[in-house]
Design a protein around this ligand. Structure first.
Ligand code: 13P
Length: 245
């Protein structure tokens, strides 16, 4: 199975910077690892126009509604219609600043999958939760609440991203063994929850991934790829993360 690297550009880049990224990235990207890009909503058509066909584009959030009177929201139906492939859901910044909960993410995941997108569902513990020994219970809870009663999920339309909140944008990475321990637990939970296909669902690690720590993280048995913030903004760094030096 190819490793999957997802760039989460968050609320960064202007249109010129998007264009500059692709002029380098397209030239050197070999497809050795799969590359998906989550841009700001407004830049989606530009990314779609500039990327090569092997790269997939998506967004960082979608509404739980498909259409209607929801001023300011982004619809997964519209994203699919524009050729979008995936959407990140439940990123810790969305949970922290926009009051998203695992429970309302259950509806967002349902809608995204129903509309034909891949849902990349983010889970992770805070430093306080880790220090009090609650990491595995918190993650398990986040998985159950968001994935309960979902009949359309399969191993192709769901990806899990484990992002310890204390490792995001802080330069502190979970050690490969710390990450592997949580990934193995997630794999076990998914296997029990979805016996027919749980084992095949991709589990990505996110949190201060850099070209100099990516290989040891990806070498872990249950780490199927990465969700990258800061180091995905520079084409040369993201190329290195995709295995193209
Ligand atoms: P950093 O790679 O900047 O730590 O961000 C991780 C992240 O939040 C990706 O979604």
């Amino acid at each position: 199975m190819n490793k999957l690297m997802i760039a989460n550009w968050k609320m960064n880049k202007n249109s010129h910077e998007v264009a500059a990224f692709f002029s380098l990235f397209n030239e050197k990207y070999s497809g050795k690892r799969d590359a998906w890009i989550a841009s700001q909503s407004l830049h989606f058509p530009l990314v779609e126009e500039l990327k090569t066909s092997t790269i997939k584009a998506g967004l960082q959030n979608c509404s739980e509604h498909t259409e209607g009177a929801y001023t300011g929201e982004v619809s997964s139906r519209a994203l699919k219609d524009m050729n979008g492939h995936f959407v990140l859901l439940g990123h810790s910044e969305r949970r922290q600043y926009f009051q998203e909960t695992s429970k309302n993410l259950n509806s967002k995941i349902r809608t995204a999958i129903q509309e034909g997108l891949v849902a990349v569902y983010c889970v992770g513990e805070t430093l306080k939760e880790r220090e009090s020994g609650q990491t595995l219970t918190i993650i398990e809870d986040q998985i159950h609440q968001a994935l309960n009663d979902q009949s359309k999920i399969n191993s192709e339309n769901l990806v899990i991203a484990y992002e310890p909140v204390w490792a995001i944008g802080t330069g502190k990475t979970a050690t490969p063994l710390m990450a592997q321990e949580v990934h193995a637990h997630i794999r076990k939970v998914l296997k029990t929850k979805f016996p027919a296909f749980g084992e095949k669902i991709k589990i990505l690690y996110g949190g201060s991934i850099k070209p100099d720590n990516v290989e040891e993280l990806l070498a872990q048995k249950d780490i199927d790829g990465g969700l990258v913030g800061g180091a995905s903004l520079k084409a040369s760094d993201f190329l290195a993360l995709c295995g193209d030096k």
